[in-house]
Design a protein around this ligand. Structure first.
Ligand code: ADP
Ligand code: MG
Length: 452
């Protein structure tokens, strides 16, 4: 073992002595933002072949985050391609989650070896895992290849890493259609509710979000007033009672804005007035002075859905379906990562350039947001794009890496069925309200095609 790994293992033994008592840690298998994962075997039972993955969570993680992760593994995991938990050890602020070791390779090492049948099976199994998680009204929030482990030899799959998971503030009606789910929802109502009490609808403080964007415990996203033009809004409302309510809401919002502005520029007295920039490609001083809209944005760039990028506070399990769609897009095009962006606006621009500006605008409207795109951009045809990318010559580095691609796998890409792209477009529906659910997606004709 390299010296630094040996040192890390020694540190792990020191932090949580129970680990050394029961396990012989033999290697390090992964490192994420919030943890290091080690490979270990049982000391007391040398004849047991089962290996274990020990996830040592960084001690600065918020206890509610650790609690949430454990609850998900415990209550949701253990079936339907969702990783379960065997044991958890704690010493002071160090927590080690023990799971069954799941052999897997890196996505970028097998993506081009996969045939269309492999991709079919992979997406089906990912959707089976998501159907399970979404039954509990839990959003995983970090669906990406490194959190969906795939053992190519045994054709097994495991969704891991519930570090960013949280209860969905908005329930999708189709999730509750199965009676068995209703039972488990009642039985497992405790799931994540404790952490929810402290941290309503929030990402945990240390999740993959900018601190200014994470919701503070007192920030109730359900009390969201959309950013609207007061006059346009008033015109839309015909009934006097609704008009009165709208006026009250606007007054309250203006009061809030006044407070924020006066805090920032205490020297000049602030007089509330109608915003000047609504619908224009500019931001007026009134709007720059507004308080930030808070919405959960935990996750990994490139896999964030449009509603996360435009800061919709009412997010649902549809967030994970988008990420699954991005993985499917990678697999169909043979390109990983498909979207690569350092900030949310660049990520949104990449979505616009693939799915079209009018389409993004329409979807944003459904979320109560107004998006301005300049210049406008037509959508690309997903099938044509994927076929082109698939047949384009590989870069030098990639072709060196994939020297021996199975000819059968390669030729299978000439028979991409249209149903694959129909499913892809439904997973990557820009509007979260109409985006397909995991349960519905599993009934899609792509999964009943005879060719697979
Ligand atoms: P993080 O929150 O730090 O991303 P993860 O739970 O995703 O932590 O684990 C990091 C990596 O460790 C994973 O991408 C995977 O490669 C490996 N890993 C996690 N759990 C297991 C497991 N049960 N078996 C094998 N490898 C695992
Ligand atoms: Mg991870």
């Amino acid at each position: 073992l390299p010296l630094d790994v040996q040192e890390e293992i020694e540190c792990l033994y020191e932090f949580v002595p129970e680990v050394e008592k029961h396990f012989e840690v033999v290697d390090k298998i992964g490192e994420g933002t919030f943890s290091s994962v080690f490979l270990a075997k049982l000391r007391e039972y040398p004849n047991v072949d089962q290996m274990f993955a020990l996830k040592h969570i960084i001690p600065t993680s918020h206890p509610s985050r650790i609690e949430g992760e454990l609850r998900c593994l415990l209550e949701i995991g253990g079936c339907d391609n969702v990783m379960g938990v065997e044991l958890c050890m704690r010493n002071k602020d160090h927590v080690v989650i023990v799971m069954q070791y799941f052999p897997h390779e890196k996505f970028q090492d097998y993506i081009l070896h996969m045939s269309i049948t492999d991709v079919h099976d992979y997406i089906k199994n990912l959707l089976i895992a998501l159907r399970r998680v979404h039954m509990y009204d839990v959003i995983h929030r970090d669906v990406k290849p490194s959190n969906f482990l795939y053992d190519r030899k045994t054709k097994r799959y495991a969704l891991v890493d519930f570090g960013l998971a949280h209860k969905a503030p908005v329930t999708r009606s189709s999730n509750k259609s199965t009676p068995s789910v209703k039972t488990s929802l009642t039985r497992k109502q405790g799931l994540l509710t404790e952490s929810k009490k402290e941290n309503t609808n929030t990402c945990s403080p240390d999740s993959k979000v900018d601190s200014q964007d994470s919701l503070s415990p007192d920030n109730k996203s359900r009390q969201y007033t959309p950013d609207i033009n007061p006059t346009a809004y008033a015109k839309k409302l015909k009934s006097p009672r609704r008009l009165l309510l709208a006026k009250r809401a606007l007054l309250a919002k203006e009061k809030q804005d006044t407070r924020v502005v006066s805090k920032r520029s205490s020297s000049s007295r602030y007089v509330p007035k109608a915003c000047q920039c609504f619908g224009k490609p500019q931001v007026c001083s009134l709007c720059t002075a507004r308080s930030n809209q808070n919405a959960p944005r935990a996750g990994t760039p490139g896999f964030r859905s449009p509603e996360v990028l435009i800061k919709c506070p009412d997010q649902s399990t549809a967030v994970d379906i988008w990420s699954a769609g991005v993985i499917f897009l990678s697999l169909l095009s043979g390109r990983y990562p498909f979207f690569r962006a350092n900030d949310d606006m660049t990520a949104l621009a990449q979505i616009v350039s693939t799915f079209g500006s009018e389409q993004v605008k329409e979807a944003a409207k459904a979320c109560g947001k107004h998006v301005i795109c300049c210049p406008s951009q037509a959508p690309v045809n997903l099938k044509t794009m994927c076929m082109r990318l698939r047949s384009a010559p590989l870069s030098k580095a990639t072709s060196k890496k994939f020297l021996k691609i199975d000819p059968e796998a390669e030729s299978s890409w000439k028979r991409m069925p249209d149903s694959a792209f129909d499913l892809l477009s439904k997973l990557l529906d820009l509007n979260p309200l109409t985006r397909i659910s995991a349960e519905e997606a599993l009934k899609h004709e792509f999964f009943s095609e005879k060719v697979f």
